[in-house]
Design a protein around this ligand. Structure first.
Ligand code: CU
Length: 264
């Protein structure tokens, strides 16, 4: 009898220890260590060997319907536009390519340390639309949010891995300056005043990213020779958008073409 009791006790103790160990492990993986704030020295890169990747992001299939934005709730917004305004999220260029695709080095650049540029990246609010619609920024680089509108905006990035905040910016207020501490592709940004306003921010530790424009092309320069995974993100399709990736090897001074193609 006593033996069985001791055995049960040992079993319960073992199970408890196992549970504690498991929960501790979950906590450790869930908890995110803060990025080091001490300025690390950038890795020297031999500029005489760097290469480039460039390409085009095509769109295949039937063009999605364009969504007209009704700004009636704020006459200041309406006044800024002479004609109809359409959402940029499902936009397709006239040459059947996609604008606003964030193309970036998803893997392969981790071994390098980069310092963010001292120049900020500016996000403007103009006609109650974000300009640009999609932007890239480095970890620790300043995001400079300005307003060209005579109305109050409330900027609200909705990250998963960075700190969430929202700040009101009345007409004539000083620019809002913020930084992102962690890599994140992408952070959606909304305005708490104007529900149609959307922007997306890609935050990377490396400077290896680009956003496609009205011709659907991009180029990423200054890549040290090596093997890379290139990611391409578009907001098309709603929700978290769509992502594709491709592997590429860049030799010394080489320019490699990496094209993508998305469906609606
Ligand atoms: Cu707004």
């Amino acid at each position: 009898m006593q033996k069985r009791f001791v055995f049960s006790l040992a079993l319960v103790t073992a199970l408890t220890l196992l549970m504690v160990a498991c929960s501790k492990k979950t906590e450790e993986t869930a908890e995110q260590p803060a990025e080091s704030t001490t300025a690390a020295q950038p890795t020297p890169i031999d500029q005489s060997t760097v290469g480039e990747i460039a390409g085009k992001v095509a769109f295949e299939g039937a063009k999605p319907k364009t969504h007209r934005i009704m700004m009636d709730q704020d006459p200041v917004c309406v006044k800024k536009h002479s004609g109809a305004v359409f959402a940029e999220d499902d936009e397709v260029n006239s040459n059947s390519t996609l604008p606003n695709v964030f193309v970036y080095v998803k893997a392969g650049a981790e071994k390098y340390v980069f310092t963010p540029p001292a120049d900020p990246v500016t996000l403007d609010q103009d006609g109650c639309m974000y300009k640009p619609h999609v932007l890239g920024i480095m970890v620790g680089q300043t995001l400079n949010i300005v307003s060209s509108d005579a109305t109050t905006h409330n900027i609200h990035p909705m990250p998963k891995d960075n700190r969430e905040w929202n700040m009101s910016q009345p007409p004539g207020a000083a620019p809002i300056q913020q930084k992102f501490a962690r890599e994140e592709v992408m952070i959606p940004v909304k305005c708490n005043q104007h529900p149609w306003m959307r922007a997306y921010i890609g935050v990377l530790k490396s400077p290896f990213y680009a956003v496609t424009g009205s011709d659907g092309t991009y180029s990423i320069k200054g890549l040290p020779p090596g093997n890379y995974t290139i990611g391409a993100w578009t907001s098309m399709g709603g929700g978290e958008g769509q992502t594709q990736e491709q592997k590429v090897t860049v030799g010394a001074k080489e320019t490699k073409t990496v094209d993508f193609s998305f469906k609606g």
